[in-house]
Design a protein around this ligand. Structure first.
Ligand SMILES: [Zn+2]
Length: 100
């Protein structure tokens, strides 16, 4: 039928073979770089929920004079980017400062 011709046009005459045979074993360098960028972005960015979960610890460490930007760079990065979490951090910071 026409559909079969259409599929063959898209996938080429090798369409009867498993498609995996046509995929290069190694991604191109450009593709690899893009994948790295994507995975880096995912690893380096926390959601607000994740930051909230870590914020207690982060604030306590900061209050103890620890280098939190080095110990928890992802949280620090998020606080630099996100006003909501920064506000929350300021509140916690004040609480911790009053307690200690
Ligand atoms: Zn946030």
């Amino acid at each position: 039928m026409k559909m079969k011709q259409f599929i063959q046009k898209i996938f080429g005459s090798k369409s009867q073979k498993p498609p995996s045979g046509d995929i290069p074993a190694k991604p191109s360098r450009k593709m690899q770089t893009m994948m790295e960028m994507l995975s880096n972005t995912r690893e380096e960015e926390l959601t607000c929920d994740e930051v909230f979960a870590l914020l207690d610890q982060f604030t306590e460490l900061a209050a103890q004079g620890e280098d939190v930007a080095h110990l928890m760079p992802l949280v620090q990065h998020h606080l630099d980017m996100c006003d909501d979490c920064r506000d929350e951090y300021k509140v916690l910071e004040r609480i911790v400062a009053n307690v200690t």
